[in-house]
Design a protein around this ligand. Structure first.
Ligand code: BDR
Ligand code: CA
Length: 305
């Protein structure tokens, strides 16, 4: 059983990843931490609580950082995930509240309490993880793995020609994470662009699991429309679910061990490139058995019926 915390900016594919984790029998989900990215951090916390309640989970949600480490605060663009984060479905005020502990404090405490066992899966910008690393010198060694959705090695970017969105929104934080000495696994666009979900797949989710699969289908229309504008994909990418699935099924991915650093230069900001110093190599995922990942995702969502 993998003890997991997901750090998230929900987000349509974040919702898919969290519902997957709720269903997967090999994941013990210990909590969620929220981060700005697809939406503001306040919206991310609200959306995370909504997902927890919809899935009937009894887990804490800790609110994360409102702004990047060094870059000025930015307003999310909303054109990928919609005005409230879940496509065009309206926002709902959740019943619950975030715990009275920051995301970074919660991450540090859980990493101490589950030393050597905790897997952290960030699926948004890496600001909370960088704060945890900077706050607690033992955090990087207390965690077992940091399996992040972000970056791109050979694929090029999705928000600029060089950068993937999660890294781009806080490149300084990402650099702290890649340089931390923690076991880092990068589930980037090289693999997530190969795992696609179509309108027919969302219809199947709604048919097999009407409440939660139906909620994903309702969210998906806006997201799929965005992907049509990109033009090169038949469907949307399973970015965030791929990272969660990699936490328990790394055997479906091929990794290369490469020391990675993050460009903080204006021209190439957020690019994940070969490091120029000595640092612990990152496991960079470069190929995937996409059919297996997709089938696993669909099977587990069906179990949410
Ligand atoms: C990442 O950016 C966000 O839009 C998605 O939720 C995913 O985490 C993909 O680049
Ligand atoms: Ca995300």
């Amino acid at each position: 059983m993998t003890k997991l915390i997901i750090d998230t900016d929900p987000g349509v594919d974040d919702a898919m990843a969290i519902f997957y984790a709720a269903a997967a029998p090999d994941i013990e989900l210990l909590g969620l931490t929220s981060i700005f990215g697809n939406v503001t951090v306040e919206m991310a916390t609200r959306n995370a609580l909504r997902l927890v309640e919809a899935a009937g989970l009894d887990i804490p949600v800790a609110a994360g950082a409102p702004t990047p480490l060094v870059l000025p605060p930015f307003t999310p663009s909303f054109h990928v995930h919609g005005d409230e984060g879940f496509g065009d479905i309206p926002a709902v005020t959740p019943k619950g509240k975030a715990i009275d502990e920051s995301a970074a404090d919660f991450l540090c405490r859980m990493a101490r309490e589950h030393k050597g066992e905790l897997v952290v899966c960030p699926i948004g910008p890496l600001t909370n993880i960088a704060h945890a690393i900077q706050q607690d010198p033992e955090f990087a060694t207390n965690v077992k793995r940091i399996v992040l959705m972000g970056g791109s090695y050979r694929e090029g970017g999705n928000i600029t020609p060089h950068a993937e969105a999660n890294i781009y929104h806080d490149p300084h934080a990402a650099e702290v994470v890649f340089a931390s000495g923690a076991r880092v696994e990068m589930v980037g666009l090289d693999v997530t662009h190969r795992i696609l979900c179509t309108a027919e797949d969302f219809a199947e989710m709604a048919a097999t699991a009407p409440k939660l699969g139906g909620m994903l289908q309702d969210m998906s229309h806006f997201y799929l429309e965005f992907y049509k504008t990109v033009g090169k994909f038949d469907g949307c990418s399973l970015h965030d679910p791929a990272a969660v699935i990699a936490c328990t099924h790394p055997e479906w991915f091929t990794a290369e061990n490469v020391a990675i650093q993050v460009s903080c230069e204006e021209e190439t900001s957020g690019a994940t490139i070969d490091a120029t110093d000595e640092r612990r190599p990152t496991a960079v995922y470069v190929a995937v058995e996409a059919d297996k990942v997709k089938a696993r995702f669909m099977e587990q969502i069906a179990k949410l019926a």
